[in-house]
Design a protein around this ligand. Structure first.
Ligand code: SF4
Length: 339
């Protein structure tokens, strides 16, 4: 039997708030999330659900002036990093955790050659390395030609820029790569190439990945386990096949129906009714109440769960009516199923 997997990332009951114009907004409330060493985990939800805040707080990138961790903790590679100083975060960013963002143009220096930007990242963590050889090695790893070392970001296509950003992130040999909507700004063909590259790199380097996306098909094709986030809460999680094959939370069910290409009897695509929530004015109890077709009076009294969903170990849900939803609703899986 293989040895049990260690966790590279553990988030327990994390509550993060922002202060803006005199109001306090809870971007995350009691969030739990675990990524095992070498594991690929997906995080899905609508825009504004708190996914990107989670990515940033794990790397100490939320602005201290306007944000506060009110409760919970973040443990990376066995070290509690919840209250590190900015100087101490330097020992975490890059290795053991690195990140690639959605828009490489915003994160690459427009007046610096790609090779120098990769070299900067290498020298920051391993100053004694033969830098030029390592830059070449990283370019090859992300399938960019060596000539890209002397190119500027504006001379590369969107897909090549995303590969360059990936090379910078890999320069420090991270144990966990957070990929925050890494394919959103790309055309469909390039999306597929970047996704295939991420899967290949993860397997070759034995690296864990937290893939954040609003695209259920992308996450289903790349991740072993999934977390679904709504209004700053993790509302359902478990193995990909369990969560997408037998969803137990009405929000997950709504997302899956909306992801299907089929139109309803009125010729319209399925949507989740209502608007994404205003985090400054969430209802008491379950935050999905205003949009939930199954809401009942009890739902407004207290936040439900977490409960074990039926049928699959580790499949967990935060809904008072999870028994009924899990057994009563059949939803087709997203187009690209877990591989
Ligand atoms: Fe809907 Fe109630 Fe479940 Fe919330 S707890 S998702 S409102 S049924």
């Amino acid at each position: 039997m293989p040895p049990p997997r260690q966790n590279i990332l553990e988030i327990e009951g994390l509550t993060l708030s922002y202060r803006a114009r005199g109001a306090v907004v809870r971007a995350m409330d009691g969030v739990n999330l675990v990524v095992g060493d070498g594991e690929a985990v997906g995080l899905v939800g609508e825009s504004g659900s708190g996914k990107s805040s989670l990515a940033r707080v794990v790397l100490g990138l939320v602005p201290e002036r306007v944000s506060r961790i009110e409760a919970g903790r973040i443990v990376i590679a066995g070290r509690d990093v919840t209250r590190l100083t900015q100087a101490e975060w330097e020992g975490v960013r890059g290795n053991p955790v690195a990140i690639v963002f959605q828009d490489p143009l915003s994160y690459l220096n427009p007046v610096m050659q790609i090779g120098r930007q990769i070299a900067e990242s290498i020298l920051r963590h391993t100053p004694d390395l033969k830098v030029a050889a390592r830059v070449d090695e990283l370019l090859e790893l992300v399938r960019l030609p060596p000539a890209c070392a002397t190119a500027y970001p504006h001379e590369l296509s969107g897909g090549m820029r995303q590969r360059a950003l990936l090379a910078i992130a890999l320069a420090c040999r991270p144990r966990l790569l957070i990929a925050d909507e890494p394919t959103t700004a790309l055309d469909v063909t390039t999306q597929a190439e970047i996704l295939a590259l991420l899967k290949d790199l993860r397997q070759r380097l034995g690296m864990a990945m937290l893939l954040i996306s609003h695209d259920l098909g992308i996450v289903a094709s790349a991740c072993e386990r999934i977390y679904v986030m709504y209004a700053g809460h993790t509302v359902e999680w478990g193995r990909t096949q369990a969560v997408f094959g037998y969803p137990a939370h009405p929000y997950t069910i709504g997302l899956l129906k909306a992801a299907q290409a089929a139109r309803n009897a009125q010729g319209r695509f399925a949507t989740i009714s209502g608007d994404p929530p205003n985090l400054a004015e969430l209802p008491t109890g379950c935050p999905f109440v205003p949009r939930c077709p199954y809401a009942m009076a009890e739902c407004s009294r207290a936040m439900p769960g977490p409960f074990d969903a039926q049928g699959d170990a580790g499949h967990t849900v935060r809904c008072w009516r999870y028994h009924e939803t899990a057994s009563g609703i059949a939803v087709a899986r997203p187009a690209r199923d877990a591989g």
